[in-house]
Write a protein that binds this ligand. Structure first.
Ligand SMILES: Nc1nc2c(ncn2[C@@H]2O[C@H](COP(=O)(O)OP(=O)(O)OP(=O)(O)O)[C@@H](O)[C@H]2O)c(=O)[nH]1
Ligand SMILES: [Mg+2]
Length: 251
């Protein structure tokens, strides 16, 4: 599956005149695809980095991240929110600069769930062809070309993950679904650590003093996830925690 997707993405890079890489404003570094960025630059294609979901972070953090990013790559960086339709005019301006008489192809790439399809719908607006979006990672599976206006096409692509990525990191940035995780408890610990045990306890309304491991046991007991001899089923509790994280970010 991975190989097939990579072939698609290589086609997008080859075909496009300009490529927008979407990264998640909450985890900019964790959702950058350095391999693809290198490939795009090598092919001398125009790369624009879109820090999407900027509605979910504080303005100060946004500026800080932009400065950090600027130091690492020679590309235009724009903050957007596909959901709130923020920055859409700036994107259209970038497309407009390149528009000549011939056909212009705009590729949209990024990790699964970074909001590529949602953004395309915001750019094209009402009444135009819509692409499907989902809370679950990995919805878009093939390439889809959407007409923006005369001679300008956007390509929606499946989310792609670089090789050698930790599944806990991929889960944290919503690029993997709970049923794709092998080490369920390991990933649950990572999520608890990242979000802070006190926040997780608050979410599950737990007041007892406990560490990460004990927390899963308490959740298991609370939910009645029990094994033989009433032993708490911590794997099931961990899966429950992962599902909640995907649903509402445990907030
Ligand atoms: N808060 C917020 N959520 C967003 C934004 N853009 C997309 N989302 C949400 O993120 C989830 C994924 O959106 P999609 O547009 O399907 O993401 P995608 O990158 O196309 O995902 P794949 O096709 O699986 O690679 C959905 O639940 C969207 O509602 C945004 O700007 N802000
Ligand atoms: Mg999609």
């Amino acid at each position: 599956m991975f190989k097939g997707f990579l072939k698609h993405i290589n086609n997008v890079i080859n075909e496009s005149d300009i490529i927008f890489e979407l990264i998640d404003a909450r985890y900019p570094e964790k959702t950058r695809n350095y391999e693809l960025e290198k490939k795009i630059i090598k092919k001398r294609k125009k790369l624009v980095i879109l820090i999407n979901k900027s509605d979910l972070v504080e303005k100060e953090k946004i500026e800080e991240e932009k400065e950090k990013l600027k130091k690492t790559i020679k590309a235009k960086i724009i903050f957007v929110s596909g959901k709130n339709k923020k920055g859409i005019n700036l994107i259209k301006k970038e497309i407009g600069i390149l528009k000549t008489k011939r056909t212009l192809i705009v590729g949209i790439i990024g990790y699964p769930n970074t909001g590529k399809s949602t953004l395309i719908n915001s750019i094209t607006g009402k009444g135009k062809g819509k692409v499907a979006t989902s809370k679950k990672a990995g919805l878009t599976r093939g390439l889809q070309k959407i007409k923006l206006n005369e001679g300008v096409y956007l390509i929606d692509s499946p989310g792609i993950i670089p090789r050698k990525k930790e599944e806990s990191d991929l889960f944290l940035v919503n690029s993997k679904n709970p049923n794709q995780i092998k080490d369920i408890e390991g990933v649950a610990f990572k999520i608890i650590k990242e979000l802070g045990i006190e926040n997780i306890k608050k979410y599950f309304k737990i007041i007892e003093k406990c560490n990460e491991e004990e927390l899963l046991e308490i959740i298991a007991k609370k939910q009645n996830f029990l094994l033989k001899k009433a032993k708490p089923d911590t794997t099931k509790a961990a899966r429950y925690l992962l599902e909640k994280y995907q649903k509402d970010g445990l907030k």
